[in-house]
Every structure is written in structure tokens, then in C-alpha cells.
Design a protein around this ligand. Structure first.
Ligand SMILES: [Zn+2]
Length: 56
């Protein structure tokens, strides 16, 4: 189990990305769960696998 990041840095534009369909009050999720993030600036979507390193 791991807590998803509440925001990540967009690889493309350096903006902040926020999770879709997950909120801090939802708590930790199983390792391997895919949480989609949406970049606030360029609106790209990033699918992050929880429990694995962020893409660099
Ligand atoms: Zn972006």
C-alpha cells in the first residue's frame, strides 16, 4: 500500500499535475494501482503506477 502523490511535476512543461479520481481522504492504495494525473498547464494526462518510481 502506498499514498499517491497529491501532485506531481509534468514531464513536458514542468507544471503541476493533480490526480483524477483520487482524493487524499481516500487514503493509500494498493501497489500497482494506476492513478491518472492531469497537468494543470498543458492538460496532458499521466498514468502513474503507485508504488513505482515516477517517470523521469
Ligand atoms: Zn504539462
Amino acid at each position: 500500500m502506498a499514498m499517491p502523490d497529491q501532485e506531481i511535476t509534468c514531464v513536458d512543461c514542468g507544471g503541476n499535475c493533480y490526480p483524477l479520481g483520487w482524493y487524499p481522504e481516500d487514503g493509500p492504495v494498493e501497489d500497482g494501482t494506476v492513478i491518472p494525473y492531469r497537468c494543470r498547464d498543458c492538460l496532458d494526462r499521466w498514468d502513474i503506477v503507485i508504488g513505482e518510481p515516477e517517470p523521469q
